[in-house]
Write a protein that binds this ligand. Structure first.
Ligand SMILES: NC(=O)c1ccc[n+]([C@@H]2O[C@H](COP(=O)([O-])OP(=O)(O)OC[C@H]3O[C@@H](n4cnc5c(N)ncnc54)[C@H](OP(=O)(O)O)[C@@H]3O)[C@@H](O)[C@H]2O)c1
Length: 244
């Protein structure tokens, strides 16, 4: 039986991404990390890179929007470990960058909701039975300050009228976090939303003021490693509560 805590992270498809850095940080803390991506080869390459650093990880395919893929991955985790301690819903997309509420292509909007809301919802449903077998289950939903009303820099009230589709999906994901936390509280499953902050996961973002990926991932790791008396149903960056 695996005695280490087992964490599964979705959307670990890029070495520059928050998912990969989160996996590295958790592995350094002694977690057994299951890194998943919709392209299995990408997850395998990244797991191999981690092994090269003597960090333990295994790769699985998981497309969060594909029920068969989600169920296949859940079966693999069941067979291999029989439980899950931490689920990190990190996968997400930022499509339809230039649309406004007035001009948005609603088919693209729906597909963004599929990726950023219904995908992680489906993953959460699939893995709940395995989380229930954990002594200290945690769910971390990687959302965004853009999905709040009052984040001073990125919130709906403050950020200029761009990226509306992305903001609406993350707002919904924040709300889903609150409802899930309430529902699962009696089962001691801590569910929190984390905004990693504006993070340099793509070329050119550092020059625009984005912070290093190590810092963004630290916020996610904080919520993944909360003690039993830690918060649930909250929204955090750097371990500090954010306005909704
Ligand atoms: N970077 C920031 O400033 C920032 C700020 C706030 C919140 N966030 C959030 O942080 C998370 C990670 O973002 P990131 O900056 O690290 O960008 P990223 O590297 O693009 O990470 C997103 C990952 O999600 C994967 N993905 C998309 N749809 C998927 C699906 N259906 N199934 C499985 N995987 C899927 C992508 O896979 P492919 O590689 O196959 O495309 C990609 O690897 C996202 O949820 C994002 O919204 C980021």
């Amino acid at each position: 039986m695996e005695t280490r805590n087992i964490a599964l992270i979705t959307g670990v498809g890029r070495k520059e991404g928050l998912g990969y850095e989160t996996a590295r940080q958790l592995a350094r803390l002694g977690y057994k990390v299951v890194i998943t991506a919709r392209d299995h080869r990408k997850a395998e390459q990244l797991a191999a890179m981690m092994l090269h650093e003597h960090l333990d990880a295994i790769a699985m395919e998981l497309d969060t929007t594909d029920a068969d893929s989600v169920n296949r991955c859940e079966r693999q985790v069941t067979e291999r470990f029989g439980r899950l301690d931490v689920l990190i819903n990190n996968a997400g997309v930022m499509t339809d960058l230039t649309s406004t509420i007035a001009t948005a292509n609603l088919e693209l909007v729906k597909s963004c909701f599929d990726s950023n809301v219904f995908g992680p919802w489906q993953v959460t449903q699939a893995f709940l039975p395995l989380l229930r077998r954990s002594a200290q289950p945690r769910i971390v939903n990687v959302t965004s300050g853009m999905g709040s009303y009052d984040d001073p820099d990125f919130g709906l009230h403050h950020f200029p009228g761009a990226l509306s589709t992305y903001a609406l999906t993350k707002l919904t994901f924040n709300a889903l976090t609150v409802k899930a936390a309430k529902e699962l509280k009696d089962e001691r499953i801590l569910v929190n939303a984390v905004c990693p902050g504006f993070t340099a996961t793509y070329e050119g973002l550092k020059e625009q003021g984005a912070r290093p990926v190590e810092d963004g991932a630290k916020s996610i790791v904080w919520a993944a490693t909360l003690a039993a008396d830690g918060p649930t149903g909250g929204f955090f960056r750097d371990g500090k509560p954010l306005p909704w």
